[in-house]
Design a protein around this ligand. Sequence first.
Ligand SMILES: [Cu+2]
Length: 491
Amino acid sequence: MTSAVTFTACAFDSGFGQDASPFVPRQPAVFETALPIPPLAESEVVDGVRVFSLTAQEGRTQFIDGMTTPTWGFNGAYLGPTLRARRDEKVAVEVTNALAETTTVHWHGMHLPAAMDGGPHQPIEPGGRWRPEWRVDQPAATLWYHPHPHGDTEEHVLRGLAGMFILDDDQSQTYGLPQDYGVDDIPLIVQDKKFLADGRFQLDSQGNEVGLLGDVVLTNGAWGAVFDVTTELVRLRILNGSSARTYDFAFDDGRDFSLVGTDGGLLETPHSTDHVRLSPGERAEVVVGLAPGSQAMLRSLPPDLGAVAVPSAYGGLDDFDVLLLRAADQLQPSAPLADRFAAIPRFAADDADTSRTFEVQNREINGRRMDMDRIDEVMQIDTTELWEVTNLDLFPHNWHVHDVQFQVVDIDGSTPGPELRGWKDTIYLEPRRIYRIMMRFEDYVDDEKPYMIHCHLLLHEDEGLMSQFIVSRDDARRNVGDTDGNGGHGH
Ligand SMILES: [Cu+2]
């Protein structure tokens, strides 16, 4: 059976039945749907600014034979194009909201002014436009974009609003990394979905503590996808774009691959491993080699969620086939992979100007839920901070910080493994462990517009597991948030 994927844009949404019974999937017996590659977004350089255009719109998509699903997408019916820019370029995005409800577009992982961040304070009304502009000023990385309207993020992402934002720099293209987009440099947006029998997405979590866990895993919008490999090495830029599920990516034959990058850029050296865990919002860049004429299935194994109470309820026992890699009988030679990438300047705990403690529990950070009108923390510009972050629950959370990329100093006092030695903007929080992370606040000051810190399990974020910080130059403001996560108040 072939599951053809067709993306069809349309301006309205009607004609869907009332059958709210669940669709019961079977793992596709054959992986033979060609992997869709999100197109590279077109752009135009105007007065030295590279300008992209994104329109959030409704459409319909066929993911499964015989079923049509109402979906949302950017510039199409589902997902969005891949934006790509170089370090030091000025970029702008003309965002148009053609949906019937207010949304936002957040540039996940991007260092940029708070007013351009696309969080809950930059709403775009139906029919409205928004044009953020900033200078790309961070290392090459695989970032992404998605809506961030307070209370509705899970639904908007589940409906299909997400895309990749790839950054390049001068060095990143000299390491022999596969970099021919769509040929040997492949974006993989992995999302689990639950379908109703009439084709609609299940859009709520049905009481699951972590949010919606789907039983159909889509890769770039395809179920049972195959990618035809034509080169000796392939780079996969894997994004966990799911709202609640954590994956542990591996190959069916247990083969090793090279983990070369994490959320905020390349590691210092390739790390040879046979699996990589990604919680919602996290990314991994991996390079894998196939022999001519061979194939390998990218799978997700049951992820180690740490000491959670009920692993089965949180997806801790689930495994899925994700993407079949099928190598041609003759492969184009790939350049040898460098054994070192750029050095990453290391933070040391002693360098911290400020320390903060964050305790995550239920839907609260330090005992408080998100309040759009309350600034929870004030960071001083040009300072380095050390945070101690703990998930006090016995179910999964993770931790995402806007504006900065951080480093993991230690976990329960131990130096983290190689997979956590690079730049991160999102990290899985195994229950009851102490994660010490460091970051530096630079370049952008705004005493009004906040950035967000939140759990990237989107149900938790929607229900208030989020707090707001500003980056300020004003020393007098510093005591609002300094060292005491409970000390903030509105302004
Ligand atoms: Cu959470």
